[in-house]
Design a protein around this ligand. Structure first.
Ligand code: FAD
Length: 387
């Protein structure tokens, strides 16, 4: 594809996704948020029928095998209007299913990817635990191998889509080696005996995306469910970088949506006999919003182009995530400010964007952790956080 035809393709894809977002999901997004409703399964199947759940997944299973940027374009357009709809495309194309497509066995891919692509099933990510968040290598969930099967015990926290998903990519200890060395990952189906879920979290944002603890009590899975063995933590985390770009794109969508609405509002609202935009301080604020959104967009696009159909560069990912997460919080805050009292109502949807912005900045590793990664990648040095 030439650069020009690639740009045409990107524009068309964005237009199609924006249309679906506006027509089908924008009218329902506020209610799903207010009622804390999970995204309906039939809607997930609808997204699957349009091919949006398999954009980056292999063609042999019904996907398109397209570059990451294509999925990010769709995620952005959906997320501008409806986070729960975008989440389905995010989870399928940049989340655990994508990890499976990169490092999972052929057999696991055959078992799970066709269902993810049609929207029949979803797979959620279970890394965090009550005592292991930023310090992900402190996880204590343990899987013991005997007679061709693993028996898992432990508890996961903050699992997005927890209780809704059909399977979980579970980071677990597989050996007694300390730190990351003993950690790998297994796929655990939700209907295995011993899998249970905590109460749904009442989060500040993410209200159309359920979140819950997931418990494993002597859960037995076949050896074939192994995605990464002990010693393969690095491979897992390299693939997880793709999810971080999905996350960054959610933040970008929030910033862009807040900016777009503000551009209209400051040209409509009259105070002191003038449009708000005629006040110089409003112009300065709007310019700052544009600067931040554009900077995040360029960093995300660079990282996505480097990734192509493979893995991104970790430095480019952390730069993009840090910038986009902080941008979304600031820009949605400035948008509320420029909307005055209206910005503080639910009617304008800005408070929803702002609430979600905070969630994306914690999920997938906080900006502080991204900064540590940035310096570590830049200098080619490892900074042990424990010593
Ligand atoms: C909306 C949402 C969705 C999520 N979805 C998932 C999911 O699907 N699956 C999953 O596994 N997890 C998920 N998480 C969990 C998320 O990955 C963790 O919350 C995140 O990694 C931070 O961990 P923590 O909450 O334990 O905070 P902590 O690690 O306790 O950190 C608290 C504060 O201390 C700072 N801090 C910690 N260590 C350092 C350090 N070394 N240097 C400087 N500052 C530091 C942090 O930046 C943060 O500001 C989700 C979280 C949220 C809020």
């Amino acid at each position: 594809m030439t650069e020009d035809s690639r740009d045409d393709h990107a524009r068309q894809l964005a237009a199609v996704a924006a249309d679906i977002a506006r027509q089908r999901y924008a009218p329902r997004a506020a209610a799903w948020d207010a009622e804390r409703k999970a995204f309906p399964q039939e809607e997930r199947r609808y997204l699957g029928s349009l091919g949006l759940l398999g954009i980056c997944l292999p063609e042999q299973f019904g996907g398109s095998g397209a570059p990451l940027l294509d999925a990010l374009i769709v995620i952005e357009e959906l997320a501008k209007e409806c986070m729960p709809a975008a989440f389905q495309v995010f989870e399928a194309n940049t989340g655990p299913a994508r990890v499976l497509s990169l490092i999972g066995s052929e057999e696991l891919q055959h078992r799970f990817l066709p269902g993810v692509i049609t929207g029949e099933i979803s797979i959620a990510l279970a890394i965090s635990e009550p005592d292991a968040g930023s310090a992900a290598t402190d996880i204590t969930t343990r899987a013991k191998y005997a007679d061709g099967a693993y028996t898992i015990n432990g508890a996961k926290r903050w699992t997005s889509n927890g209780g809704e998903a059909d399977a979980y990519l579970v980071y677990t200890r597989l050996s007694d080696e300390p730190g990351s060395k003993g950690i790998g990952a297994l796929i655990v189906e939700a209907d295995r005996p011993g899998v249970s879920f905590g109460a749904r979290e009442r989060l500040m944002g993410f209200r159309g995306i359920p979140s819950a603890d997931v418990r494993f009590d002597d859960v037995v899975v076949p050896a074939g469910n192994l995605v990464a063995g002990p010693g393969e933590f690095k491979e897992l985390f390299r693939a997880f970088a793709i999810e971080r770009l999905g996350n960054s794109t959610m933040s970008l969508a929030i910033g862009q949506a807040a900016l777009d609405r503000t551009v209209s509002y400051v040209q409509e609202r009259i105070q002191f006999g003038k449009q708000l935009i005629e006040f110089q301080s409003v112009q300065m604020t709007l310019a700052d919003m544009v600067l931040q959104v554009e900077a995040a967009r360029l960093l995300i696009e660079r990282a996505a182009r480097t990734a192509g159909t493979g893995l991104p560069d970790p430095l480019e990912v952390s730069l993009a995530k840090c910038m986009a997460n902080e941008m979304a919080k600031r820009v949605s805050d400035l948008a509320m400010q420029l909307h005055g009292g209206n910005g503080y109502t639910e009617d304008y949807g800005l408070e929803r964007l702002h609430r979600d912005a905070h969630g994306w900045a914690v999920a997938g590793g906080t900006p502080a952790m991204q900064r540590i990664r940035i310096v570590s990648e830049l200098l080619g040095r490892h900074f042990d956080q424990r010593r």
